[in-house]
Design a protein around this ligand. Structure first.
Ligand SMILES: [Zn+2]
Length: 252
């Protein structure tokens, strides 16, 4: 197949020589792909306009020698203009793209992940609620899609049933162990204390549609807590730090 057509969200681009760019495409049909967007100075704006990060476009790719793909045509499907015109939303979009990028395999379809990413960006575009509520909900949806849901019903070590406890006993969250630990199994120092109410809230954020989020009020300290346990959990699986988080922190 010399030519192929894909729909993709542009995750990032970086320069190749003086005038070309390499784009990282998160496609609907074929997972993650890299493709060259050739350009010259005159054509620069025309060519790169629809190939900017945070744009959903249709691409025609030419499969050249050695597996090199070149973009021969493209058409923007959804340019997410309301995200691009808002610095805070752009920062969050780049966070969602950075995270999803790591879970797409090269040239391997992952429709549930693509759908989650597209739905998240579409929702972000018109979202007026708390950005961190959307972030936590996205993370819980992501864990479900990639099959790395933290264990929150049983102690990840001894399998003690948390919900069967008579008292509202706190457990501890350990990113390393992949979920909660009972007080006997946690050292209580490195792990964060977590309550059953938190598990209930996180489950709701996983199960609910995004449209339910805007009317949801979650205290700031709880959101910060969810972030403080879920980001390290995610980074543990990614085996790296999420870079775009630093920029988001600077905006606050
Ligand atoms: Zn235990």
């Amino acid at each position: 197949m010399k030519y192929e057509k894909v729909e993709a969200i542009v995750a990032k681009h970086y320069p190749l020589g003086e005038t070309s760019n390499i784009l990282v495409l998160l496609t609907k049909e074929r997972g993650k792909l890299k493709a060259v967007a050739k350009g010259n100075k005159k054509l620069k704006n025309a060519l790169f306009g629809g190939t900017q990060p945070v744009t959903y476009s249709e691409f025609v790719l030419y499969n050249g020698k050695g597996g090199l793909k070149t973009i021969t045509q493209y058409k923007a499907i959804d340019p997410f203009m309301k995200i691009k015109s808002d610095l805070v939303k752009t920062a969050w979009a780049l966070f969602y793209l950075e995270v999803c990028q790591d879970f797409f395999q090269q040239e391997e379809e992952n429709r549930p992940l693509f759908d989650l990413l597209y739905q998240t960006l579409r929702f972000l575009e018109q979202y007026e609620g708390d950005m961190r509520v959307l972030e936590i909900s996205f993370l819980m949806h992501l864990f479900s899609v990639i099959g790395y849901m933290p264990e929150m019903n049983f102690c990840s070590n001894c399998k003690k049933d948390w919900k069967a406890q008579k008292t509202e006993e706190a457990f501890y969250f350990s990113a390393k162990k992949g979920g909660v630990l009972c007080p006997d199994c946690s050292d209580g120092i490195l792990d964060e204390k977590i309550y059953l109410g938190d598990v209930k809230m996180l489950s709701a954020l996983r199960d609910w549609d995004y449209k339910d989020l805007e009317r949801l009020k979650i205290p700031e300290k709880n959101i910060r807590f969810y972030e403080s346990i879920l980001i390290p959990f995610l980074e543990y699986y990614m085996e790296r730090k999420i870079k775009s988080i630093d920029f988001i922190k600077k905006l606050n």
